[in-house]
Ligand binder design. Structure first.
Ligand code: HEC
Length: 215
């Protein structure tokens, strides 16, 4: 950001293309001094009161600070932590932490969306199914995203409260309920990334820059 220091406010307005009957002329050359904003602040201070090197606000982030926030999981599983869980463990967590909003049968309630496709929806034939029918089993391209999303965002009233084992267990439970793994399957950093989701080939990577979008 640049701070433009001018001695006559009228010239600033003029440079924005606003001409006034008072005689301000947009063609008046810019005779103000242009300084970087920090420089301008320093320049405005008397030499007897120099700015301190630091203001004593905040501190450098530690590795521990960063690791709490640096929890994203890539589609290929990069970033998955140690730990494991099965659908049986996940069922217990679901019953205590998720059921109130997502419903007994995972079909959703007024408080939270469905976590399995609606029974009468075949899947994701053309990508044009109404949003309310999109769910893990017919829309999510990567199983690893289930882990990432649930661990960072759910339960909605206590995000971040699930342990890594809890997140693997609830992921196993959701994948089982969506017909993607067996009830006894163990989810961990090795098994989760190799699962192929039903909708995995329904997406393309749009890595173009600019305003065009693939529809
Ligand atoms: C207080 C209500 C509430 C609770 C409890 C809750 N959720 Fe949610 N959940 C929501 C809402 C609301 C959304 C939609 C959030 C959004 O779109 O930003 C959601 C979205 C989701 C989604 C994404 C669904 C999709 O396909 O878009 C998943 C998966 C999910 N929740 C899993 C869980 C799990 C697992 C638990 C328990 C550990 C849980 N939720 C507990 C309210 C809740």
């Amino acid at each position: 950001m640049r701070l433009v220091v001018r001695d006559r406010p009228g010239i600033l307005l003029a440079s924005l293309g606003i001409a006034f009957a008072t005689g301000c002329d947009p063609s008046v050359p810019d005779d103000g001094a242009t300084l970087g904003s920090a420089q301008a602040v320093v320049a405005a201070r008397p030499a007897s009161h120099p700015l301190p090197k630091r203001f004593g606000v905040g501190r450098a982030a530690t590795e521990a600070d960063i690791s709490v926030l640096d929890i994203d999981i890539m589609p290929d599983g990069t970033g998955l932590p140690k730990g494991h869980g099965t659908a049986a463990d996940g069922a217990t967590i679901y019953a205590s932490s998720c059921i109130a909003c997502h419903g007994v049968d995972l079909q959703g309630t007024s408080l939270g969306g469905r976590l399995v496709p609606a029974p009468d929806v075949l899947g994701f034939p053309d990508g044009d199914v109404p949003i309310s029918t999109k769910a893990i089993g017919n829309y999510w391209p990567y199983a690893t995203t289930v882990f990432d999303y649930v661990r960072r965002a759910m339960p909605l009233d206590r995000p971040g409260s699930l342990s890594d084992d809890d997140a693997y267990a609830i992921t196993a439970y959701l994948l089982w309920k969506n017909g993607i793994v067996d009830e006894t399957a163990v989810m961990n950093a090795e098994t989760l990334p190799v699962l192929q989701m039903p909708a995995w080939d329904r997406f393309i990577v749009d890595d173009r820059l600019g305003s065009d979008r693939v529809r």
